[in-house]
Design a protein around this ligand. Structure first.
Ligand code: PLP
Length: 472
């Protein structure tokens, strides 16, 4: 049968829409969407047929009735697809706690309650309830940040990249900023310190070498055009071996001697000492403030475990200057983020920080991980039966998100083996599940790391694996 003969058999939209199955869909979804789905379905079918013809002769069994059935199937799928969101919940089974591509930090329940409360109505976002007049949007988190970090003043913007850009623009436009060569970092999403510097209008002066920078390197570079000494936390890599940097207190003394601003981009910015969870020392924001850094910037959604935001703390006169810069208006934080930030900071103040998912996942002990892995493996084995197996293995997970490079935490993973499917195929099928599951592949095994999964995730994952088993 020729291609043209077959194409002539494709259902007409008018006929399709008269079918009882489609009438029912029109009743549920409305005529406009169903028509759109029907047109797309017939186009898709036409495409299939043309493709098919180039690889094999078209079969006689391709009757008009079969084509209609096929079209209806596609229409139903399309209607499902229209309803689903593009940005949707996924299960992070990679073990990478701050997975940038998967949205970094999940938020605790009390934070969500506060967002819901603020988002669904009006709020005193910029309204001073005591005075009955215009207030400041930062006022809701300022005192909390000051109390937690020990800084004189605080503000928040959209993200840390924005915080760095804003500070440099407000404090050093047209002036020179001295940075150690060992700290000229690039982090994910093409944020490069030299590029941000250029955008801000500040002039970058690199000193020292990749592995060593001394105090005299900084001092020699100072001239009448210098305005700022900048320290950048090398958050996503480590230089090891023959290295040295300059301590904060020394840089502070130097900045004071020449009347310069001392700024630090901390990147992750933790508020608690993570050593109690077996994580190597990571400089806290309090340490920077205590060492006399004039202005410190850090992220809200890295190790802090809150919403995407750039937090700026430091000396009052400096924060005032930063606040007044016009760029601040362009980078301003929205009310949902503020609601979220206030709630997360309150958890820190109350001290019950294991309620924060990021902290909870980092601090999960092997006993808990083992129990979770057993739960997952048991559930998987009970549905896999002879079609595959789930085996618990020892592995390592990382914090990710450009934080704590090289720090690996012992974990338990469940290796999922499905008969007749390569690890890549398992991965692809689980990515296309209703709630996509994102695992990792290592040494030709598909692995699910329970560090980043909660009870609900484990339950859903078993469910989703069950669905792919049904299909094969
Ligand atoms: C992550 C990071 C940034 C960017 O922070 P965002 O909140 O992602 O914009 C800037 N500087 C350093 C050192 C970082 O680690």
């Amino acid at each position: 049968m020729s291609l043209n003969d077959t194409l002539r058999k494709l259902p007409k939209i008018g006929d399709l829409i008269e079918r009882p199955e489609i009438r029912e869909l029109v009743y549920i979804h409305g005529k406009k969407v169903v028509l759109k789905a029907a047109r797309e379905a017939v186009n898709e079918l036409r495409g299939h047929l043309i493709l098919l013809e180039t690889s094999q002769p078209l079969k006689e069994t391709l009757t008009e009735e079969n084509l209609i059935k096929e079209a209806i199937k596609i229409i139903v799928e399309k209607l499902e697809e229209y309803k689903s969101f593009s940005l949707k919940k996924v299960i992070n089974a990679t073990g990478v706690v701050l997975h940038t591509n998967l949205g970094r930090a999940p938020l605790p329940k009390e934070v969500l309650e506060n967002i819901n409360n603020i988002a669904s109505g009006y709020s005193n976002l910029e309204f001073d309830l005591d005075e009955g007049e215009r207030g400041e949007r930062y006022s809701h988190v300022k005192n909390l940040l000051m109390e937690l970090t020990g800084a004189e003043d605080a503000m928040v913007v959209n993200n840390n990249a924005g915080a760095v850009l804003l500070c440099l623009s407000a404090l050093s436009k047209g002036k020179e900023v001295i940075v150690s060569r060992g700290e000229l970092i690039e982090i994910g999403g093409s944020f490069r310190i030299p590029d941000v510097m250029l955008q801000s209008g500040a002039k970058l002066v690199e000193v020292g070498t990749t592995n060593k920078t001394h105090l005299y390197d900084y001092e020699r570079a100072i001239n009448e055009n210098t305005s700022l000494l900048m320290k950048v936390h090398t958050s996503n890599y480590r230089i090891i071996g023959f290295t040295s940097g300059v301590e904060r207190h020394e840089l502070k003394k130097l900045a004071e001697k020449y009347n310069l601003v001392f700024m630090e981009d901390l990147g992750s910015g933790v508020l608690v000492d993570l050593r109690k969870y077996g994580i190597p020392y990571e400089p806290t924001v309090q340490d920077s403030v205590k060492a006399g850094v004039d202005v410190v910037t850090f992220s809200g959604d890295k190790l802090l475990g809150g919403p995407q935001a750039g937090i700026i703390v430091g000396r009052r006169e400096i924060i005032e200057k930063v606040k007044k810069h016009p760029l601040n208006r362009a980078l301003r934080i929205d009310k949902l983020t503020l609601a979220s930030m206030e709630a997360i900071l309150k958890i820190y103040l109350e001290g019950n920080i294991e309620r924060i998912p990021v902290i909870k996942m980092i601090s999960k002990d092997l006993e808990t991980l083992k129990r979770d892995a057993e739960k997952l493996a048991e559930g998987l084995n009970s549905i896999l039966k002879e079609k595959g197996s789930a085996v618990i293995l020892d592995d390592l997970s990382e914090v990710g998100g450009g934080s704590l490079p090289g720090v690996q935490m012992p974990t338990k993973v469940v290796a999922l083996r499905v008969c007749g499917l390569e690890p890549e195929e398992i991965s692809k099928k689980l990515r296309s599940a209703k709630i996509p599951v994102i695992g990792r592949i290592n040494k030709n095994e598909y692995l699910l790391d329970v560090r980043t999964m909660n009870e609900e995730d484990i339950f859903y994952t078993i469910d989703m694996v069950g669905k792919i088993i049904w299909e094969i």
